[in-house]
Design a protein around this ligand. Structure first.
Ligand code: PLP
Length: 444
């Protein structure tokens, strides 16, 4: 299946080489390295292993039959870490499966990551990452704000187990990051955790500055704390954090990667070394994505670039329309950073890190909650729902929904006002969407 090289070893061991040895994936034609959008259709899967089926079947099984006892022993040496590198074949569905392995190989392609893992949700991916890296007394340094459940996990849940945290604001300068990092370095910093753009403010984190700060502050340390980043909002198309100094990338695959608002899943990408550490924890606690969801995600990845490109193009048109509307106070869209006074630093981070502005933004209508609700209730195409990155356009009200429990002072500091509507643009016709927003703004 996905692990071409290792299956050869297994084949030698079991003497069934003809059946278990997959054809290597084609990644190049001559000197031409194939693009992710091409590789999504076949990478990591050999139809000959599945009766010639063009598409990978869904492997609905909880366990795998060993050809002989010695092969079973060798597998378990891999699974338990007695021998580095993980399982060489398929053992038990809490550890791995063909659908998940193919999906992991394809997910890694987008960011040229050495290895990847998929999980049952974005939050189970994040929780498994944290559990694999931190111990009581350690400190997590993070950017703020984070996805609300991630903040809860760090402060309230890991806090109960004696894990400390220190944060810096998403838009922090190198000097501000250095100050927090130096304070944290008086203890044992296990992990640096970022989210960019931050939800729901869209503030970008300077990953390059964080990496430079980490390298400077921990120059003499035996092991530097890895930098992980939640790349759900712009990845993998418009932001590739591994190229800017991050070590580990985290995804809620529920959003753009899944892209059809019909599944919940998560992913983690990075070096083999980090991924192996995280894999041991996933093997233990069973946070792996199920085969059916993995299969749906493979289908989603085939159209990832098409969907994200179209959604991004739609957002450009819709935001240009909204921005000039008399009932609109402001549009918080990354594509407008360059010509927004006072946003020079954010515009600089954007120019150095991002290749597109995404399709999720905030719309501040004139007025307060009453006006925002009137707008939301009048929408005919856009659906009133939380989440983002699906084929359909969604709109929600963070202050009254996702961020309802955030204390007022913190809401104010983050700019989560009562007139703020969060919009995720889908792949519909852009002019239809503009017509919908036009009539909904008229209803205010
Ligand atoms: C949705 C989301 C998560 C959580 O993902 P789930 O798949 O819902 O568990 C984490 N981070 C960000 C930025 C998100 O948008």
């Amino acid at each position: 299946m996905a692990k071409t090289d290792t299956h050869e070893t297994e084949a030698d061991l079991t003497g069934v080489a003809a059946r278990t040895k997959p054809k290597p994936s084609i990644e190049k034609i001559g000197d031409r390295k194939l693009k992710p959008s091409t590789l999504m259709m076949g990478h990591g899967y050999d139809p000959a292993l599945s009766e010639g089926s063009l598409k990978p079947p869904i492997f609905a099984t909880s366990t795998y039959v060993f050809p002989n006892a010695a092969a079973g022993k060798r597998h378990f040496e891999g699974v338990t870490g007695k021998r580095p590198g993980g399982a060489e074949g398929l053992v038990y569905s809490r550890f791995n499966g063909p659908n998940q392995e193919i999906l992991e190989d394809r997910l890694g392609v987008w960011e040229e990551a050495e290895d990847a893992l998929v999980f049952s949700s974005g939050m189970s991916a994040i929780a498994t990452l944290f559990l694999s890296m931190v111990k009581p007394g350690d400190t997590i340094v993070h950017s703020g704000p984070l996805y609300a459940a991630t903040e809860t996990l760090i402060a309230r849940i890991l806090g109960r187990f004696g894990v400390h945290w220190l944060d810096f604001p998403a838009g922090a300068t190198r000097a501000e990051i250095d100050a927090v990092m130096a304070r944290a370095a008086t203890g044992n910093v296990a992990l640096i955790y970022l989210e960019s753009p931050a939800n729901p403010t869209n503030a970008l984190v300077d990953i390059q500055a964080v990496a430079a700060s980490r390298d400077a502050i921990f120059a003499k340390a035996a092991v530097k704390p890895p930098i992980a980043i939640d790349n759900t909002f712009l990845g993998p198309l418009w932001l590739k954090p591994l190229q800017h100094g991050a070590d580990i990338v985290v995804y809620s695959l529920t959003k753009y990667a899944g892209g059809h608002s019909d599944l919940v899943a998560g992913g983690v990408l990075g070096s083999k070394e980090h991924i192996n550490t995280i894999r041991m924890m996933r093997n233990t606690i069973g946070t792996i994505c199920d085969p059916n969801t993995a299969w749906m995600l493979m289908r989603s990845l085939e159209t990832l670039e098409l969907r994200m490109s179209r959604a991004g193009e739609n957002a450009v048109k819709v935001c240009a329309y909204l921005r000039q509307h008399p009932k609109v106070e402001r549009v918080g869209y990354l594509g407008f950073l360059a010509d927004t006074p006072g946003m020079e630093r954010q515009a600089d981070i954007y120019a150095r890190h991002c290749t597109g502005a995404g399709s999720t933004f905030s719309l501040l209508v004139n007025g307060g909650e009453k006006e925002a609700f009137a707008f939301l209730d009048a929408l005919k195409i856009a659906k009133l729902a939380v989440s983002l990155g699906g084929t359909e356009t969604l709109a929600s009200h963070p202050a009254a929904m996702t961020h309802l429990s955030v204390p007022d002072a913190r809401k104010q500091a983050l700019g989560i006002t009562d007139n703020l509507v969060r919009i995720s643009i889908g792949v519909e016709d852009a002019d239809d969407l503009i017509a919908d927003f036009e009539q909904a703004l008229a209803a205010i």
